[in-house]
Design a protein around this ligand. Structure first.
Ligand SMILES: Cc1cc2nc3c(=O)[nH]c(=O)nc-3n(C[C@H](O)[C@H](O)[C@H](O)COP(=O)(O)OP(=O)(O)OC[C@H]3O[C@@H](n4cnc5c(N)ncnc54)[C@H](O)[C@@H]3O)c2cc1C
Length: 814
């Protein structure tokens, strides 16, 4: 091997499965001048001791994409790189103890079918056929994932490493990165063997990712949001019945009892049992328990007491498990981000640095993660929208306590169902509105939006506000009558909602307006007006949507979703030319939306210096409401006459008090979501994502082909060639108990012809609404389609691509 490399295009820090896969995919993309640094031997972190289970199942579209790709890659990898591996595709059986669980499976099956996976539902007798040793008396059914199996994680990593090396990439083992610095736009990665200058750095350091991440703080970085949990499985000795069964029928499928929370796998001729226990344990989270500098190939002490309940339950389910005692126990570190999903993508705030770390299921996701990471670096964009794992989805609220509380909650509920009205309770209360106490007093039930607590609905005395009450896929629940009342108040009189944490930026500098104009496909508004602007990537896909106010040629203001705070800031700041300054003013203002046909009459006696007769989309920059200085912007995401009042957070309580005293009813985010669906307004990263082009997303009227913008050529080509799908508003003809969830499939004549991107009940129109994309020939109003909602087909009608409520905006313009 030649001498130690002093330069490289990319340096990857960490040689687990994810680092190796990233290197392999970079090399496959032609980026062979890349170096991976591993402090010990490859796999020394979490990878060596992983159980190696490889499901394709997920209820996240993006994660399913990533896992599907991994499994397809692994199936051909041994031959592709000439490195034999133990990879057993046994299929798996997931057990359901309840109808709700069967509905979750139905949803995953629907998504799987759309992605070409063979996931199938199972009856109780199907389960017994596939898994003869099981007790089924208390089961509702199951799910068959034919692509599931187990792979040897070390062999997988070595195979990826070999593939990368064969293509010319380099791996330096026993070579810890010890620090980084930046000079002349290049990174210098320090090691004991010498420095490596490079263009890009990747933090793929697994459970050490937070430590490595700290090196980037002087360059704009933040503390990596994660905590390390202990995860255990144990193996039994040989069981004669399994020897015999394997001889006759082959290896048993993997079994997951997700309601109890464990997996059970055949390992040689014994079992491997791995629970995700509620009484779980985080490690290295207190000052007296620091993570060692080097934990390579080490484990925590066995702690089987924690698993006792799960072991007993599993033995009752598969009595054969009790035929042999506990053999080897593995108790290893597993990193958790607050939501349990990894961090893959641009490192927030840091130029030319990326993350591919904090994986809880890195073996089954490693292949796809390498593809995604390589796309980020080589193309600056990914084939599939990967917001679900984008590091920028977390911002400044993820302090240590939050990360630990969330990691415990997420680990303990690893297999739990994510119901649409269930607001997970751990790590909450990070950012409160100044009107929070008033919201509480009015009965608010809260959800977290980029760490901000926002009311989702307002309960009345006697309403069931328990968490258990939210464990349903159905539209109805304790919230439903209140959400209806809130929507009706907005329709008939007026409501008030604090849209706390709206992200807001100011772009300043010579030619700021023209520069912003060059980034968006949309026409910028005249000074004194506000409008939506869409920002495409080079493929013409929807990178983001922001509300824009042009203050002057040299000053432009932006408002965007709370969750988009770091993402959208980077879209602007990454490309800012010299002289353009961008500031994040999110904390400097509160937004109170007062909306409904009565809002003008309510606000008129309170407002001074604002012209309430000025037309829709007018910005009134200065004046007062209830004696407090504020701007008023005449827009309403609820689709009624209304104003956003933008004020100093300190003055928001006085305005809130005056407006509610005048009769505006507080309403929550569930009502706002229902109201916006009726208007066909798109939601960020649901309806608006890089999975769709501007034209597919039905944003033609915001796309100005008479000017230049990124992705224009791609959109022109798409226009000439014809769209493959097109945005549509659909309504269910005879709705059931549930509205259509994200990625429910749309059918016509026995074929999948599209997907739902958001759904819910519209109380003003009295319909279950689904926004989504369908084959273009089906986009005309009146077209009959079917939508698969949790496994049941519902007849639906396409309503075109406009609003169902007030389609000509008369109420907004009143
Ligand atoms: C008991 C257990 C069972 C599991 N079972 C499964 C399973 O069945 N299926 C599944 O998908 N996942 C499973 N996992 C999770 C899986 O192990 C991890 O998600 C995966 O191994 C993460 O891979 P990685 O490459 O991100 O991190 P790691 O494997 O931890 O690799 C990170 C590497 O970075 C190196 N490193 C750190 N700092 C530096 C530095 N400064 N310089 C150079 N190198 C550095 C480390 O030495 C390490 O090798 C399991 C985990 C545990 C604990």
């Amino acid at each position: 091997m030649s001498s130690f490399p002093t330069t490289a295009r990319v340096v990857i820090i960490g040689g687990g499965v994810v680092g190796a896969s990233s290197l392999y995919h970079l090399a496959k993309a032609g980026w062979t001048d890349c170096v991976l640094l591993e402090k010990n031997e490859l796999t020394a972190g979490s990878t060596w001791h992983a159980a190696g289970n490889c499901p394709s199942f997920s209820t996240s579209w993006a994660i399913m994409n990533m896992q599907r790709y991994s499994l397809q890659l692994y199936a051909g990898l041994a031959d592709a790189v000439d490195y034999p591996m133990n990879y057993h595709v046994t299929g798996s059986v997931r057990l359901a103890h309840s109808t709700n669980r069967m509905m979750e499976f139905e949803r995953a099956r629907g998504m799987g079918r759309y992605q070409g996976l063979g996931i199938e539902m199972m009856s109780v007798s199907d389960i017994k056929d596939r898994y003869p040793f099981i007790e089924t008396h208390d089961l509702a059914g199951g799910l068959w994932d034919p692509d599931d199996g187990d792979i040897d994680p070390a062999q997988l990593t070595q195979a990826l490493a070999k593939g990368a090396r064969d293509l010319g990439a380099r791996i330096e083992r026993f070579c810890p990165a010890t620090g980084i610095s930046r000079e002349n736009g290049e990174w210098i990665v320090q090691t004991d063997k010498g420095d490596i200058r490079c263009e890009f750095v990747v933090n793929a350091a697994g459970y050490y990712a937070q430590r490595v991440g700290e090196w980037f703080r002087p360059y704009g970085g933040r503390t990596v949001p994660m905590a390390v949990m202990s995860h255990q499985y144990f193996m039994t000795g040989e069981i004669p019945e399994l020897v015999e069964n394997t001889r006759q029928n082959g290896k048993l499928p993997l079994l997951r009892d997700v309601d109890t929370s464990y997996y059970l796998r055949q390992e040689k001729h014994g079992f491997n049992l791995g629970p995700y226990e509620r009484n779980c344990r985080a490690h290295w989270v207190t000052p007296d328990d620091q993570m060692p500098d080097d934990f390579s190939f080490q484990l925590y002490p066995d702690d089987l007491d924690r698993l006792e309940w799960y072991i007993e339950d599993a033995m009752a389910r598969v009595p054969l498990l009790g035929a042999s005692g506990v053999g080897r126990v593995i108790n290893g570190p597993i990193p958790y981000a607050p939501d349990g999903l990894p961090l893959v993508g641009p490192m927030p705030g840091v130029p030319n640095a990326f993350e591919a770390c904090v994986f809880t299921f890195g073996i089954t996701q490693g292949g796809g993660a390498g593809k995604v990471l390589a796309e980020w670096i080589t193309e600056g964009q990914t084939e599939w929208d990967m917001w679900a794992i984008d590091p920028r989805r977390y911002t400044d609220y993820t302090d240590h306590d939050h990360c630990v509380a969330k990691a415990r909650e997420t680990y303990g509920h690893e297999y739990s169902m994510h119901f649409p009205h269930h607001e997970w309770p751990a790590g909450r209360g990070k950012k409160l509105a100044t009107v929070h106490d008033r919201q509480v007093a009015a009965g608010a039930q809260f959800g977290a939006f980029n760490g901000w607590e926002r009311p989702v609905w307002y309960a009345k005395d006697g309403d069931d506000t328990s968490l258990e009450g939210t464990e349903t896929w159905a539209r109805s629940g304790p919230w439903e009558p209140r959400v209806r009342e809130e929507c009706e108040a907005v329709r008939d009189t007026a409501g008030i909602i604090a849209i706390t944490g709206f992200s807001r930026y100011l772009v300043k500098g010579p030619g700021a307006r023209d520069w912003v104009d060059s980034l968006t496909a949309s026409r910028l508004p005249k000074p004194g007006k506000i409008s939506l602007a869409y920002f495409p990537d080079s493929r013409g896909r929807i990178l983001t949507e922001m509300s824009v106010m042009v203050h002057s040629d040299d000053e432009v203001g932006f408002i965007t979703a709370a969750g988009a705070q770091w993402h959208d800031f980077e879209i602007l700041s990454r490309q800012a030319p010299d002289g353009i300054e961008i500031t994040d003013n999110t904390l400097q203002a509160e937004c109170l939306l007062v909306t409904g046909p009565g809002s003008r009459d309510m606000l008129a006696p309170l407002a001074d210096g604002h012209d309430l007769s000025a037309p829709w989309l007018t910005v009134s920059p200065a004046g007062t409401v209830a004696g407090q200085q504020c701007a008023m912007v005449r827009v309403s995401f609820a689709g009624e006459l209304g104003w956003e009042i933008h004020c100093d957070p300190a003055t928001a309580p006085a305005i809130w008090d005056a407006v509610t005293a005048a009769g505006a009813r507080p309403f929550g985010m569930y009502a706002l979501d229902s109201l916006r669906l009726e208007k066909g307004y798109r939601a960020w990263k649901g309806d608006l994502s890089t999975d769709y082009s501007l034209l597919q997303g039905g944003l033609d009227r915001f796309t100005r082909f008479d000017k230049d913008f990124p992705g224009k050529a791609a959109l022109e080509k798409e226009q000439q060639q014809g769209l493959t799908k097109r945005f549509a508003v659909m309504t269910l003809d005879n709705p059931g108990d549930c509205d259509a969830p994200y990625m429910a499939t749309v059918w016509k004549d026995g074929e999948i012809v599209g997907e739902v991107t958001s759904g819910g009940w519209g109380y003003r129109v009295g319909k279950s609404i689904a926004l989504g994309l369908v084959r273009p020939d089906l986009g005309a109003a009146g077209t009959a389609v079917d939508i698969d909602i949790f496994g049941q087909m519902f007849a639906a009608t396409v309503q075109g691509d406009g609003a169902l409520w007030d389609p000509t905006n008369q109420r907004l313009r009143a």
